[in-house]
Design a protein around this ligand. Sequence first.
Ligand code: AMP
Ligand code: ZN
Length: 492
Amino acid sequence: MEKLHIYDSLSSELKPFSSIKDGKVGMYVCGPTVYSDVHLGNVRTFLSFDVIFRYLKYLGYNVRYVRNITDVGHLVDDIDEGEDKIAVKAKAENIEPMEIVQRYSQGFHEVMRAFNALPPSIEPTATGHLIEQIEIIKKLINSGLAYESNGSVYFDIVHYNKNNSYGELSGRDINDMLNGSRDLSGQSDKKSPLDFALWKKASAGHIMRWPSPWSIGFPGWHIECSAMSSKYLGDSFDIHGGGMDLKFPHHECEIAQNIGSTDKKGANNWIHTNMLTLNGQRMSKSTGNTLLPGELLSGKSKHLTRSYSANTTRFFIHQAHYRSILDFSDAALQAAEKGYKRLISSRNILNKRPENGPKIGSFDVNKWDKSCQATMNNDFNSPQLIANLFKAVKVIQNDSKDFSVLGKDGAILLAEKMDLWMFDILGLTNDDKADSNNYQTALKAAMEIVIETRKNARDKKNWAKSDSIREKLSNAGITIKDGAAGSDFSIS
Ligand code: AMP
Ligand code: ZN
């Protein structure tokens, strides 16, 4: 595709993308709820958005990427009753909820860094935006779309639905939802079981609490994202993202809050990533069906035969399109490792290509580069991009026979373009240290020390020592050559 198209999960259409403001893109992605370590499923979602962020920047957009931290309001079982996930953990350890938030936010950042994800432009927290959330709730009450009940405030779905369609994003019908829900008569503060909390009055044992016009309490889970997206990106912005499991109720409620308070639905494009599964089941914190990034990098897990690198993991993740289910298995990681290694080693062959190869090549690098762009323009189709990278791998392997396919200039240009797609867009790094400049410099410095030590031994006629150094180096594939100007080395 010549122009970027994005699959919008609200309209269920592949739409040509045009940003609201010329040259600028506002993107909001729901971040983690920081009550435990992020698992590989979470990582998949955030790496998918990392590639989207990178590609939008590559297209020349000035991207403001907002990814929040949920540090209050996300209750156990994702419902309106019960305890805050963070408070449960804090109570169990007898520490402050914010100590839990600090620990797992830091852990999340370390994981993102380990997987070479770019940091977002703004990373706001829900507790840092309570005033903004309260202001939106006031607006919703004033417009009759929210009501106070016993110190809590709820969004009135039935009223909202008179002029709007609650359930549009997740494809749910409000009547089906009403029929399927429990009758709450007399047992709840809510008018309808579909209503969701905007503010909850804190019960005696609820330790996360703040003052508000209605009670000492805490915000509902959904209002934070309406507050933070509109604050930093405006009432209408370009992209809103998150995992598919957030479509309902989280994003559905967010849309209702946005329309109710601003008359605008928020994002022009909704991007939902599909789930990473483990043994065919969704990877999820609550069920314990998880694999942690640390387990993958150390190999310490019953699901693994050994460890895998961050690059192998990224390769594995981007080999699937973000809208497809991806199943984790040790065998799939082994295949990804092979693929990644072949890609990098082929790329690095270009570094070793002799300068004196033929000038004119038969492979059109610019055309190939355009086709890479076309894959990403097709709803960020990373598996197609990777397939295209392997077309270049084939060319490089053929070229290495007689250096006629690429030509000298073609080889230089291909190296540059491969770096762009592999490193700048897919976020991989060059693990093949033997080819990196730093490695070569360090090796040279270390060899100078070894050669000096050997020379000293020879000067002292300590032949046993000098021969032993030469032999040990030879066993490691390093040959020492003694010449008139001193000794040099080569690697076989
Ligand atoms: P949470 O901290 O549970 O709110 O999740 C953070 C992000 O990870 C959300 O966008 C979720 O939709 C996403 N997510 C959770 N589980 C998975 C999974 N198994 N695969 C992919 N994304 C997931
Ligand atoms: Zn959110």
